[in-house]
Ligand binder design. Structure first.
Ligand SMILES: NC(=O)c1ccc[n+]([C@@H]2O[C@H](COP(=O)([O-])OP(=O)(O)OC[C@H]3O[C@@H](n4cnc5c(N)ncnc54)[C@H](OP(=O)(O)O)[C@@H]3O)[C@@H](O)[C@H]2O)c1
Length: 450
């Protein structure tokens, strides 16, 4: 079995499923097409058959990109954006020079949205260097609110100080989109919003956004401030965070930006249970790559492949396009380090698509979800009751339990956070059998006895 978490940014820790009542294959009403940049020429104005998209389809050189405006803001972004998470070394070996070149190739191919964070290794510096020749043409997004130790800090002091540091590393005068990375239970949302609004007035940031937040927190940000974007994990096998967000942001002027549309490569179909990742690769502990979730993802990948074969695309292109077409979604962030995958992923906006394909895939994913969730309680109980020898892998099995319990909304993130903190500490301190059994017993009580 494979597994779990994200080292610098712990698990997604997002509450999951709720009823989905949005119109399929449509965008928010009133979305305005993005204006074309000077070097872009209009290619076609119409949406793909059966979809009512309000996007500008534009050509730059050989590339076709689609750009949208984040509602309520002046930020124009390509629907496929590039992320710098790989700079943190989370996907194994990382070559700075070739990644910088890749970011520039993305721009040549029409990418105008770039995402990083102050915790992605040298991601901010590398991104700043890469986009320097065309800084004014792109949206640079970064994040704040995590400490180097993995704690959370959204206090005004931390935000103001971190912004200066990010500006320095990015070597820029302004950040286009400054995103609160995670919720900090110790900070008042009103204080955090106050700091962000101050930075906006000072011209240090153009807009701000929020990420990885449970719905009620997003609601608070919407009531107290004016975020332009909400960031959430979104792919064919992780729909919970998106669904929860959609119910909160519907009708507001906030756009959803989805990340990990390929499921960190899982939906390409290249993963197998017999090919473990290197120890440094975050996917060796990723809940997406573990247990029943992994097996469910393989079934989803088979369906993606079958759809892809029918329309002359690849499974990842189908997965990315499906995410882009979801209501409320403005852009998705890909995290590839490979030229071939970049071109493949950008090609997702060019594959044949219509509302029937979107509906078919939605229905398949609903069925697959139901199957996965029916088997889940038994699977989680088995992990919590396992009396076999405890190893590092046990940590990631328990993290899998936590992630699924939150994703399925059996419990809230705040219920799990204390156990998660204890579990996470064992990553560096070493696995303590008594401690891990204590966590398992507490989780058993929380999930199955109350
Ligand atoms: N992951 C998170 O927890 C997270 C959280 C918040 C924000 N973000 C932002 O979102 C961005 C994207 O997230 P992500 O890195 O999770 O996205 P992702 O593109 O789903 O995952 C990247 C991984 O998938 C592989 N991959 C991508 N396209 C592929 C393809 N066509 N075929 C086979 N493998 C493929 C990449 O390998 P290759 O390099 O070999 O292509 C890489 O290992 C991040 O860089 C970051 O800016 C991420």
């Amino acid at each position: 079995m494979r597994s779990i978490g994200r080292p610098l940014m712990p698990t997604a820790f997002m509450p999951g499923a709720f009823e989905f009542s949005g119109p399929r294959g449509t965008k928010w009403p009133g979305e305005s097409p993005a204006a074309q940049g000077p070097e872009l020429t209009s290619l076609t104005a119409g949406p793909p058959e059966g979809l009512s998209l309000s996007v500008a389809v534009t050509r730059r050189g050989d590339a076709i990109v689609r750009c949208v405006t984040l509602p309520g803001s002046s930020l124009e972004v390509s629907e496929v954006g590039m992320g710098c998470y790989a700079a943190a070394g989370v996907y194994g070996e990382f070559d700075e020079q070739s990644f910088r070149n890749l970011l520039r190739l993305g721009h040549e191919r029409g990418v105008t949205l770039y995402d990083t964070a102050d915790t992605y290794g040298d991601g901010e510096r590398i991104l700043g260097e890469a986009v320097r020749p065309f800084r004014g043409e792109v949206v640079v997004a970064t994040k704040v609110g995590l400490t180097p130790e993995g704690g959370r800090d959204c206090s005004p002091d931390h935000i103001i100080r971190s912004c200066e540091e990010s500006l320095n590393r990015l070597d820029t005068d302004y950040i286009d989109l400054y995103q609160v990375h995670y919720h900090d239970p110790q900070a008042l949302v009103s204080d955090t919003v106050g700091a962000l609004e101050r930075l906006k007035k000072q011209g240090k940031i153009r807009e701000y956004g929020v990420g990885h937040l449970p719905g009620d927190r997003v609601r608070e940000y919407l009531e107290l401030g004016s975020p332009a974007a909400c960031l959430a994990e979104l792919n064919c096998v992780t729909r919970g965070p998106y669904r929860q967000l959609l119910s909160v942001v519907r009708g507001s002027s906030v756009g959803i930006i989805g990340f990990s549309p390929s499921g960190r490569g899982l939906l390409s179909g290249s993963a197998s249970e017999d090919a473990p990742f290197s120890a440094g690769d975050v996917r060796s502990m990723d809940p997406l790559y573990r247990g029943g979730k992994f097996r469910s993802a393989l079934r989803v990948t088979d369906e993606l492949r079958s759809l892809a074969d029918r329309i002359g695309a690849t499974p990842v292109q189908v997965a990315i396009r499906w995410a882009i077409e979801l209501p409320g979604v403005k852009a998705v962030l890909i995290g590839t380090t490979s030229r071939q995958h970049l071109l493949e992923n950008l090609g997702s906006v060019q594959i044949p698509w219509d509302v029937q394909i979107q509906d078919h895939l939605d229905a398949f994913l609903d069925e697959e979800d139901a199957r996965f969730q029916a088997e889940l309680p038994g699977e989680l109980k088995a992990v919590l009751q396992d009396e076999g020898p405890v190893s590092a892998d046990t940590l990631w099995d328990v993290l899998y339990v936590m992630e699924q319990a939150i994703e399925c909304r059996w419990v809230g993130e705040e219920d799990i956070l204390p156990f998660f903190t204890r579990l996470w500490a064992m990553r560096s301190a070493g696995v303590d059998e008594e401690e891990i059994n204590g966590i398992r017993a507490s989780l058993w009580d929380l999930l199955f006895q109350s």
